[in-house]
Design a protein around this ligand. Structure first.
Ligand code: NAD
Length: 427
């Protein structure tokens, strides 16, 4: 008898890694808020558990005839306050734990901003840089087919995240529409077919700017900024902070990091990065390591890349007085502790990077009312929502002597818990 050949695929279960750590961090922060709110065990269990979690296998037909099978996920953490909303990331290390943690973060983000959405997230464990456009399209369309039963304009609306963009959203919209038999532009936000509000793409970064300026207080003129990550969040954030008068002195991405103490020409650097594939080698600035960027003596540090950038290990060397989290979960709970002791203010992700989902909500409001606000009006509303959320968070933090992150979670978790109580449990 011959031994069967076992097909080589990604494992059905993922080992404990950064994703599990991200989920443990999210649960730790939920637990802290639940303790302060004195939530009962039933509510804690509801809030700690995603309402729906779908893991799918996505076969990728490669151009050379090979077939890889990667895993995809869509997690709806909570829909008690409204339909789920959240990005889709394509990243080789993404797993169900990371996606669950990110979905939970979306729930708190929407609740803190006071917008009637729940939290979701999706992911495919694939490196988009390793695929050609055709392969990427096949992965996207097959993933959408697999998660089709749980997404839709009234249920769960995907948006771009790490490794996905406008083009991905267009493929998602098209695949969903082909299955439905009619065009469904509202199934995604952030694509070229349904581009939404003017400059929707920069909305998250505009929220980062509002949060940073609120936290800085006083004039932003000449305040120095270092930004980790020069993608969809980091690059526009650099532009907006420079527009506000700040000096963006250093930027990093996956290729390297650059510094100019007199202030980088952000547009020139972006053009270089788009042309060459990254900031490395930029001629009008000095090189430094990505690690050094995090430890620069600047007024503001904006982590806008991946989770877990600031840890217990490097936190003692952070010299920025203010950290504004453009990325999701860039700071570990251990680092939070070190930074709080050192007097570093951290504007948490669920407050600092809420701009994207807020502008999505403003688009939906315009659709419902069959009216159209100007870019200026949308911007003013975005600013109002982020500033109000910031002020409410700062007030709770001051009242209880806790960090902005803890305060933001107390408000957000409290709102979701209240919605659970009001709706009751079925059956
Ligand atoms: P992106 O893929 O467009 O950009 C990520 C950037 O990080 C790239 O410039 C990449 O080169 C850089 N990077 C990767 N590894 C790095 C490293 N080790 N050191 C320095 N830079 C590194 O992704 P994005 O959409 O900008 O998302 C970035 C973060 O912001 C993620 O945590 C995401 O969840 C969060 N976020 C994004 C949005 C959005 O609207 N896109 C909204 C809220 C939160």
């Amino acid at each position: 008898m011959t031994t069967p050949t076992v097909p080589s695929t990604t494992p059905a279960t993922t080992p404990a890694g950064p994703g599990r750590q991200a989920l443990d961090s999210a649960l730790f922060r939920l637990g802290q808020a639940a303790d302060r709110l004195e939530l009962d065990d039933n509510l804690r269990a509801m809030l700690a558990t995603p309402r729906r979690s779908l893991t799918v296998s996505v076969p990728v037909r490669r151009e050379d005839g090979r077939m890889d099978v990667v895993q995809g996920f869509r997690v709806q953490h909570n829909t008690t306050r409204g339909p789920a909303k959240g990005g889709i990331r394509f990243h080789p290390h993404t797993d169900v734990h990371e996606v669950t943690a990110l979905a939970m973060g979306m729930t708190w983000k929407c609740a803190l901003a006071g917008i009637p959405y729940g939290g979701a997230k999706g992911g495919v464990s694939v490196d988009p840089a390793s695929l050609c456009a055709l392969e990427l399209e096949r992965v996207t369309r097959r993933y959408v087919n697999e998660v089709l039963p749980i997404i839709g304009p009234e249920r769960d609306v995907p948006t771009p995240d790490v490794g996905t963009d406008e083009r991905t959203m267009a493929w998602i919209m098209d695949t969903y529409s082909v299955n439905a038999g009619y065009p469904v532009p509202g199934v995604t936000i952030g694509g070229p077919v349904n581009p939404g509000a003017p400059d929707r793409a920069g909305a998250t970064s505009r929220g980062v700017r509002v949060a940073a300026l609120r936290a800085l207080g006083g004039s932003p003129e000449g305040r120095t900024v270092a930004i980790q990550g020069f993608g969809k969040v980091g690059a526009p954030a650099a532009r907006y902070l420079a527009d506000a008068g700040c000096l963006v002195v250093a930027v990093s991405d996956r290729t390297g990091a650059v510094i100019d103490r007199s202030g980088l020409d952000v547009d020139d650097l972006r053009a270089w990065s788009e042309e060459t594939g990254g900031v490395r080698g930029y001629l009008r600035a000095d090189a430094l390591s990505q690690k050094e960027l995090l430890e620069l003596d600047v007024d503001v540090l904006v982590p806008a890349a991946m989770a877990g950038a600031i840890t217990e290990e490097n936190a003692p060397r952070i010299r920025a007085g203010l950290i504004v989290e453009g990325a999701s979960s860039p700071t570990t709970p251990g680092a939070d502790h070190v930074l709080a002791d050192a007097g570093v203010t951290v504007v948490p992700d669920i407050l600092a990077n809420a701009g994207g989902v807020i502008v999505s909500y403003l688009e939906w409001l315009q659709d419902m009312q069959a009216r159209s606000w100007s870019a200026r009006e949308v911007d003013a509303r975005l600013r109002g929502i982020v500033e109000d959320a910031f002020d409410a968070t700062a007030a709770v933090a001051a009242e209880h002597g806790i960090t902005l992150r803890q305060a933001a979670h107390v408000i957000a978790v409290g709102r979701v818990a209240e919605a659970h109580r009001a709706r009751g449990t079925h059956p």
